[in-house]
Design a binder for this molecule. Structure first.
Ligand code: ADP
Length: 225
């Protein structure tokens, strides 16, 4: 039996090295090997403006599929809270609603994606947010199956209402405006980049949470075959 703990990619390489599937290994083994090779990791990017609900949906999806959620916003807030060197570097930037530098955030994500808990997939929330970040992610995932993108679309007035309710430190009216402007300027082109590649599912995020969750599941299942 194939070792179920090895990643699909590793499995397929082992099979290739062993010359599998071969007639001598029996039908059952051949089917198992094919299934192992066919198992594509669930590498997802959740996309949407601040307040689109992507953090909540990313949590739900990650839990249901037993893959990690990787939220760059959470990681940066934790660094600030813990008083690390990175935290000190980014504190002002977050308070202003600006983006932290590409090099820094790319190295943080690259390190996180190297951890073995990501081998069956992951949900990225808040990354990539710029074209250089998207290009860097492509390079990181070159031999890991690429990504699929779930884009949540939400009306601007609904976004502002939701953020007002949430009340995080960077959720005051002025900073919200800045974050929405940054989103339109820096992050929407990233969606276009993925759209051209045909890997985006655009979903209506104005609906109640559970409906959006169901729509995400359906979108991911449809693309799986
Ligand atoms: P939201 O989902 O409300 O936009 P996040 O929690 O994703 O907020 O991010 C909060 C802040 O963290 C951003 O406004 C930005 O300053 C910083 N940040 C998070 N991810 C990135 C990233 N990929 N690139 C640059 N800055 C980031």
């Amino acid at each position: 039996m194939p070792n179920p703990t090895v990643s699909p990619f590793t499995r397929s390489r082992i099979d290739a090295a062993q010359g599998a599937p071969s007639a001598s290994r029996g039908a059952e083994t051949r089917v198992a090997a094919r299934l192992a090779v066919a198992k594509v990791p669930l590498n997802l990017v959740f996309f949407g403006p601040p307040g689109a609900g992507k953090g909540t949906q990313a949590d739900r999806f990650a839990e249901r599929h037993a893959i990690p959620k990787i939220s760059t916003g959470d990681m940066l807030r934790k660094a600030i809270h813990d008083g690390t060197r990175v935290g000190a570097l980014v504190r002002d930037t977050l308070q202003r609603g600006a983006l932290v530098g590409d090099d820094l955030i790319i190295s943080i994500v690259a390190e996180r994606l190297e951890r073995p808990d990501t081998s069956n997939g992951f949900v990225l929330d808040g990354f990539p947010r710029t074209l250089p970040q998207a290009a860097a992610l492509d390079a990181m995932l070159a031999d890991r199956g690429g990504v699929r993108v779930i884009a949540l679309v939400v009306h601007a007035d609904e976004v502002i209402r939701r953020l007002g309710e949430r009340g995080r430190e960077d959720d005051d009216a002025f900073v919200i405006k800045e974050r929405l402007a940054v989103y339109a300027r820096e992050t929407e082109p990233v969606l276009e980049y993925y759209r051209r590649r045909g890997v985006v599912s655009v979903l209506d995020g104005n609906r109640p949470l559970d409906e959006v969750t169901d729509a995400i599941e359906a979108a991911v299942k449809n693309k799986k075959t």
